[in-house]
Design a binder for this molecule. Structure first.
Ligand code: C5P
Length: 268
């Protein structure tokens, strides 16, 4: 597959056309932004950590029946995906009160939200992604009633699957943002699921393991991303990888972090 023209450049990812039907390439860049683009940096390797974790989650979710746009990794920061017609919604699932709902509503940070709270924002940078409700979503014709029901159902399924997976690594899934698109009549999970789009806390210490480290200068962002990516995917930390024999590294690493040249081509 050959990479074609740039279709879209977002704050941290670029999307390219390809010469393969209905297939795009998502490049995870090393750029990181926060506060509506008010804080910006470029951090070496950041793109590959997010790409690896996203691929790992997409593969895991597909295995558990969730339809996603993911096809395969091309190298450590580029992913081949199905072309979707994106739905202009940001679906946020919250298990624990943190971030904007603590700022905007009388929740104490760390309060368990059971059942989880779904918040849906309008994906529109110019309007600063305002929060929607069902009536607004339908009035704006962003989704049909059936699609909206399906989007909420899939979002809660994803929450259960990821919460359980992360819990095994001692990580609490506080909240996350996902986006969906249409492929014909099928709704698929698109975009990414990474440290940039989730809030993850160490279960014991409650230490932030996500973009809050960057937002609020809580420590070394890349050291955190490296550590959490390894904790999630089971891969060896980058510095440790360099010291090991290549053969041993490949054997121990999970499939999604390996470039496609070393994988068997997927038929999906
Ligand atoms: O800022 P807020 O608390 O509303 O964010 C909730 C979750 O959604 C966080 O995990 C955050 O990283 C994610 N998010 C995102 N992109 C946005 C807004 C929120 O990834 N535009």
């Amino acid at each position: 597959m050959n990479q074609g023209k740039l279709l879209y450049a977002g704050k941290a990812k670029s999307v390219y056309r390809t010469d393969t039907k209905d297939t795009l390439i998502v490049e995870f860049r090393d750029d990181i932004t926060a506060f509506d683009g008010g804080k910006k940096d470029t951090l070496k390797n950041k793109g590959s950590y997010n790409a690896g974790v996203s691929a790992f989650f997409f593969e895991y979710l597909e295995k558990h029946g969730v339809k996603t746009h993911y096809l395969q990794m091309l190298d450590n920061h580029r992913m081949a995906v199905r072309t979707l017609s994106m739905i202009q919604l940001e679906v946020i699932v919250r298990n624990v009160a943190a971030g904007s709902i603590v700022r905007n509503y009388p929740f104490r940070e760390g309060t368990r939200l059971d059942p989880p709270v779904i918040v849906i924002d309008f994906k529109d940078d110019c309007r600063h992604d305002p929060m929607l409700n069902d009536d607004l979503i339908l009035a704006l014709k962003l989704a049909t009633p059936q699609e909206l029901r399906k989007i909420k159902k899939i979002s809660l399924e994803i929450n259960c699957l990821l919460s359980a997976l992360l819990a095994k690594q001692g990580i609490l899934l506080v909240d996350f943002k996902i986006e969906f698109g249409r492929q014909g009549k099928t709704i698929r999970l698109g975009d990414e699921i990474s440290m940039d789009s989730m809030r993850l806390w160490d279960k014991v210490t409650k230490e932030s393991l996500d973009k809050d480290v960057y937002r609020f200068n809580k420590g070394d962002v890349m050291a955190t991303y490296n550590r959490v990516a390894c904790r999630i995917t089971g891969a060896a930390p980058r510095s440790a990888v360099a010291k090991k024999k290549p053969a041993a590294v490949q054997k121990n690493r999970r499939r999604s972090l390996r470039p496609v040249a070393k994988q068997k081509a997927k038929t999906r």
